[in-house]
Design a protein around this ligand. Structure first.
Ligand SMILES: *[C@@H]1O[C@H](CO)[C@@H](O)[C@H](O)[C@H]1NC(C)=O
Ligand SMILES: *[C@@H]1O[C@H](CO)[C@@H](O)[C@H](O)[C@H]1NC(C)=O
Ligand SMILES: *[C@@H]1O[C@H](CO)[C@@H](O)[C@H](O)[C@H]1NC(C)=O
Length: 482
């Protein structure tokens, strides 16, 4: 029995490796959503779309369990808030590896290939909080992998934001690691190099466009319409190549010119900002896929590019501190529906395949009662409350629901809160201003969605979800009293 299972799995690995060239495109699978799809649904979706590599932000048991036997290459992640613990104790690193890597490889046949130690730990907004713990944590995790006999199979890496390096002359050849973290970077790079581990970098032309009104839009894309940048014998037609090569130069300048590079995150959001829409996202992601599928690489690094799209599915519970677009990076909506046509070069259909067997709540919505008055004193507090606890990132200038009138805005906010709270009657009260309707209020690009059914990872009580549900029920009860 076990033997034939192994044979079947082995055969599957073989077929997969024959069907697709080594490499292929990866995807980031984040789960900061109010209603994540069941992990098995996501794994089937990955397989149906020929996505053979996933990058996770933690090592959640249910997610890894769902990946068992799939053959999909996995990068598990260690969140930043665990770095101090792992840096401070070899025992805790050993426990982490044993529980979150070894067990899944040996008992569950999960194809874990990388451990991401931290997630953009040197981001400037962290004020240096993780500067001193990232490297010791990396060292302890590597030591634990060696002790577990896994260091040949599983490589460590640290996904870093692209601002860990900069250019002194505006050209890739001026690239070096940022002066204030130079020593920390060299320590990490030297370690990765010694253990044959890759450098992982996240590159975001969208963010450049978002933060710099003068950024040349065409340079963010891959159509070759931007005025090119000449750097010695190299010519750059898009920001991705130039940014990637700035890293190559930084590595080379410090003696690590051959260090393998993984693009840990690359993508474009579809909502929450005037430059975030399906047209731009499609153009960017399709452009990127075509760009790398030729296998040409960049002027400084000819050859295949190893990359993970950011991201697979929208996450409606992400912090919007970076911007309202943060919840809209998926190539799929929350319910696993593709947002636009995208040919990953991995399927015969040449387009994205939706998630199968997704279950929805009833086709009903909560809207602003037509008979209610716009100047009702309860409108403002109700909308603030709905937006604070729901998701209003699709409202605002240039977004998908940006052209709603005031009443439409209120309805959108009410409905978001109502759906996120699983269409509880109490979640459509709003001091008598809300009413449930069976008529879809969607207009044009503005989608009033109905939520998918909540998924509980386990028959046992999931404390995180239960406390969130309890909190929302309490709030709903409070609203009723008010
Ligand atoms: C394994 O990973 C999970 C999810 O990231 C984490 O909560 C847990 O503490 C880890 N286990 C150990 C033993 O460190
Ligand atoms: C970083 O510092 C700024 C200014 O002192 C502060 O407002 C912010 O909360 C700090 N962020 C973190 C993650 O500590
Ligand atoms: C709708 O709400 C958004 C976000 O709060 C706001 O920017 C916009 O001005 C509102 N539109 C109208 C017509 O009230």
């Amino acid at each position: 029995m076990a033997w034939s299972m192994n044979l079947a799995v082995g055969l599957m690995f073989y077929l997969l490796s024959v069907a697709f060239p080594v490499g292929g495109i990866g995807a980031n699978w984040g789960t900061q959503a109010t209603h994540p799809l069941p992990p098995l649904t996501v794994v089937n979706m990955l397989r149906n779309n020929g996505i053979q590599k996933v990058k996770l932000f933690d090592a959640e048991y249910g997610t890894l369990r769902a990946l068992s036997g799939s053959g999909i290459e996995v990068m598990v992640g260690i969140p930043n808030d665990m770095l101090a613990t792992l840096a401070g104790s070899t025992k805790s690193a050993e426990k982490w590896v044993s529980r979150n890597v070894s067990a899944h490889i040996s008992a569950n046949n999960v194809n874990i290939r990388y451990v991401a130690v931290g997630n953009e730990p040197f981001l400037q907004t962290y004020n240096g909080s993780f500067l001193r713990t990232t490297y010791p944590a990396l060292r302890n995790v590597q030591a634990a992998l060696i002790k577990a006999g896994l260091s040949n199979l599983v490589k460590v890496t640290v996904p870093l934001n692209a601002d860990v390096y900069a250019t002194s002359n505006g050209l890739p050849s001026g690239g070096d690691f940022r002066a204030d973290i130079h020593d920390y970077m060299i320590q990490i790079v030297n370690f990765l190099s010694y253990y044959g581990a890759p450098f992982t970098v996240n590159i975001y032309p969208f963010i450049s466009l978002y933060t710099d009104a003068n950024f040349p839009v065409e340079y963010a894309f891959f159509d070759g319409n931007a005025s090119p940048l000449t750097d010695g014998s190299a010519t750059y037609y898009n920001m991705f190549d130039a940014n990637y090569d700035t890293l190559v130069w930084a590595l080379q300048k410090n003696g690590y010119g051959n260090l393998p590079i993984i693009v840990g995150e690359i993508g474009w959001p579809t909502d929450g900002d005037r430059n975030a829409n399906s047209v731009y996202a499609q153009r960017f992601n399709q452009g990127f896929m075509s760009h790398i599928s030729a296998g040409k690489g960049t002027p400084m690094r000819p050859g295949p590019v190893d990359a993970y799209l950011f991201s697979l599915i929208d996450e409606d519970a992400k912090s919007i501190t970076p911007g309202n677009f943060e919840r809209h990076w998926g190539i799929f909506y929350l319910d696993g529906t593709p947002k636009y046509s995208l040919n990953l070069g991995t399927t015969n259909s040449g387009t994205l395949v939706p998630a199968q067997g997704v279950k929805y709540l009833a086709r009903q919505w909560c809207i602003f009662k037509p008979s209610a008055k716009l100047n009702d004193l309860q409108v403002a507090p109700s909308v603030s409350y709905a937006c604070a606890n729901g998701d209003c990132t699709s409202l605002g200038y240039g977004t998908s629901c940006g052209s709603l009138d005031v009443g439409g805005n209120i309805s959108y906010a009410f409905n978001s809160y109502y759906q996120i709270n699983n269409q509880l009657d109490e979640a459509c009260k709003f001091s008598g201003l809300g009413v449930v309707t069976k008529v879809d209020p969607s207009v044009g690009t503005c989608k009033f969605s109905t939520m998918i059914q909540p998924y509980y990872s386990d028959a046992r009580l999931d404390l995180g979800k239960a406390s969130r549900l309890l909190a929302s029920l309490t709030v709903v009860a409070l609203l009723m009293i008010l």
